[in-house]
Design a protein around this ligand. Structure first.
Ligand SMILES: [Zn+2]
Length: 293
């Protein structure tokens, strides 16, 4: 088990702790299958919402917040019934725009896990405006519920007079299946293959700048991030940020990145190259490998 879970685990009820422990082994990917959720509910007698609230301290334990020291945890419920942790991530000494919010982290985790939408998201603090806008891009934005320790409301109640994809005549939505198979790359390198597969599933209806990052760590594991664009532009989540957040959820230390590759469409209106290099430099990490295809 990752040491970050030891302290929050001790605050849980005995039945929840006992049922949870076998699930938190070294291969824990910050996700629970629907079967695992059913096991936890049976062991504790808690309903879905109460169980997610009880699990929030574990999600928040994945937070990396050296600047704010404000540890946010989120749990997204995928349409499959699986649950996904998320946590905020900040980069010490760097511009705040590099940050990833807990809701973005949980939604990325669900999207990378193969979900095509989320039904509910549980957070330990009320979502900021940036996250409300980010979530308004989702395939399930009209029905999504936001669960807080003292409230359960529809996302739309947080966003009166909202602005979203439809205002820019976009009918596509974040987490809806994407297949940008026009992106082609001849390479047997597993890292580039991972980046290609992720870029084909990226979401960039405003710029067509389909892009993904794949990171390889000292232990050999690979983590990807897909570009997730937003109608309000600034809340867009760059692929490097998503890859870093996903790796942290998987228990990696960003200081142990051994290779980083960015693959993007050569036909997009924008490029992630400079932004990805800046984030990587902030980590004092390796040089970015880059291809536009
Ligand atoms: Zn936020």
């Amino acid at each position: 088990m990752h040491p970050r879970f030891a302290k929050p685990l001790d605050t849980l009820s005995a039945p929840l702790k006992a049922a949870l422990l076998p699930m938190l082994g070294d291969d824990f990917q910050a996700r629970f299958t629907a079967d695992q959720v059913a096991t936890l509910k049976a062991a504790t007698g808690l309903d879905d919402r109460a169980l997610r609230l009880a699990l929030l301290p574990l999600a928040a334990a994945c937070s990396v917040a050296p600047i704010s020291k404000f540890f946010v945890g989120a749990i997204a419920c995928g349409l499959s019934g699986n649950w996904y942790f998320g946590a905020n991530m900040e980069f010490a000494g760097q511009g705040l725009f590099h940050s990833v919010h807990a809701e973005q982290s949980a939604i990325s985790n669900a999207w990378l896990g193969g979900e095509t939408g989320i039904s509910e998201i549980t957070v330990n603090y009320t979502p900021c405006g940036h996250c409300r806008q980010f979530m308004n891009e989702l395939s399930t934005a009209k029905t999504l519920k936001v669960s807080l320790p003292d409230d359960l409301s529809a996302l739309q109640s947080f966003l009166p007079h909202s602005f979203g994809p439809a205002d820019l005549d976009i009918t596509d939505a974040l987490m809806s299946p994407q297949s940008h198979d026009e992106l082609q790359l001849e390479s047997d390198d597993p890292l580039w293959q991972a980046a290609l597969a992720a870029a084909r599933q990226s979401y960039a209806p405003y710029s067509q700048g389909y892009a993904a990052v794949a990171l390889q760590f000292a232990d050999g594991r690979i983590f990807c991030g897909r570009y997730a664009e937003n109608a309000a532009f600034n809340p867009s989540l760059p692929p490097m940020q998503m890859a870093c957040a996903h790796a942290v959820l998987g228990g990696e230390d960003l200081a142990t990145i051994r290779r980083a590759v960015l693959l993007e469409s050569k036909d997009g209106q924008i490029s992630q190259q400079d932004s990805a290099r800046a984030t990587l430099k902030a980590l004092g990490s390796v040089e970015l490998e880059y291809q536009a295809v």
